[in-house]
Ligand binder design. Structure first.
Ligand code: SF4
Length: 325
């Protein structure tokens, strides 16, 4: 009964999240997408605008991350205000008509008479620890992370501000980190984004697409336009398998991922609780038994020989380009 209920809750929750993701026409160069580090330059943004209806939909799990990000952003703004800071112009739409650049500024903080644009990002504990500076972000292995400073730089230009603040929040423990971003220290990069917007506009006007470049796993592998872009692969082209059963099995495997993780977490927590003392306990209809047995400790010594170990992975081309955190 409890198991059926947990499965129902998970299934309905995923379905609800799946229903929240949508695709909308992209008519402008949105600041959050313009800074996506596509190796083919303007190609990503051009495809986003020309072929928005073909972009891959976020998975329910990715939609959960997006939703969580919005909740966290609102919570940070509320906490900053309750901490006595003056938060103004929350969720202000900004536009630079000349270059058809648009965006939504999270808020500004009023500081000594100056309005400082802020951008809030909630991150996993690992990402939060690994990205402590603008340099860390610009050098990140996550493409969406590389886009964050560029997004705020565009807002600085759009609002005539010299300094902005990237505020990152650790989703696990609630800590925040404030990272200064000075427009003039990154002016060349900021201007390159404006030139990129110009290039995108020219392609849109001429109905052309910048040429593809070779596939780069770290960024193309997470790009929502991968299916449309189909960048050439460097080495041997992959085998294309036409097998609907295989496809179904892969989809089902992915849909069970969240349940598997939950099972493993619960299993570990429960076993941890009872591993210390042998004996039998009853809880409702469950019998919990701990047997303590003595085994010989084994030590493995490297022999120097090598063997081939096959590592098979399944990865969905995953649409996390607008913020996988
Ligand atoms: S698949 Fe790669 S090259 Fe193509 S648009 Fe995406 S990031 Fe750019």
């Amino acid at each position: 009964m409890a198991q059926m209920l947990s499965e129902t809750i998970l299934a309905q929750y995923r379905q609800y999240k799946a229903g929240r993701s949508d695709r909308r026409p992209v008519r402008s160069n949105t600041a959050s997408q313009l800074a996506y580090p596509c190796p083919a330059g303007a190609r990503y943004m051009v495809l986003k605008r020309q072929r928005w209806e073909a972009a891959e939909m976020p998975s329910p799990e990715l939609q959960m991350i997006y939703d969580e990000g919005r909740l966290q952003e609102a919570a940070v703004l509320r906490d900053l205000a309750e901490a006595g800071l003056t938060v103004i112009e929350q969720q202000t739409a900004v536009e630079w008509r000349q270059y058809n650049i648009t965006g939504h500024l999270d808020a500004k903080l009023l500081w000594n008479g100056t309005a400082v644009p802020i951008e809030i990002k909630s991150l996993s504990p690992y990402s939060w620890q690994a990205h402590q500076s603008v340099a860390d972000m610009l050098d990140s292995k996550y493409p969406w992370m590389r886009g964050y400073p560029g997004q705020l730089l565009i807002y600085l230009m759009l609002t005539n501000a010299e300094v902005g603040m990237l505020i990152t929040k650790n989703k696990a423990n609630g800590q925040i980190r404030c990272i200064d971003l000075n427009l003039y220290e990154h002016l060349a990069y900021a201007e390159s984004l404006v030139r990129l917007a110009e290039e995108v506009n020219q392609h849109i006007a001429a109905d052309t697409v910048p040429p593809a470049v070779e596939y780069q796993d770290w960024v193309c592998g997470r790009c929502s336009m991968f299916n449309v872009c189909t960048p050439p692969m460097a080495s041997t082209p992959p085998d294309v398998i036409e097998d609907s059963e295989l496809l179904e099995a892969l989809d089902e495997r992915a849909s069970l991922e969240a349940a598997r993780k939950r099972y493993e977490t619960l299993d570990k927590t429960l076993k941890e609780r009872f591993k210390g003392n042998g004996g039998v306990r009853l809880c409702g209809e469950w019998v919990i038994e701990t047997k303590l047995s003595t085994r010989k400790k084994m030590e493995y010594v490297p022999t120097g020989e090598t063997i081939d170990v096959p590592l098979v992975s399944f990865k969905r081309y995953a649409h996390s380009d607008s913020g996988g955190e």
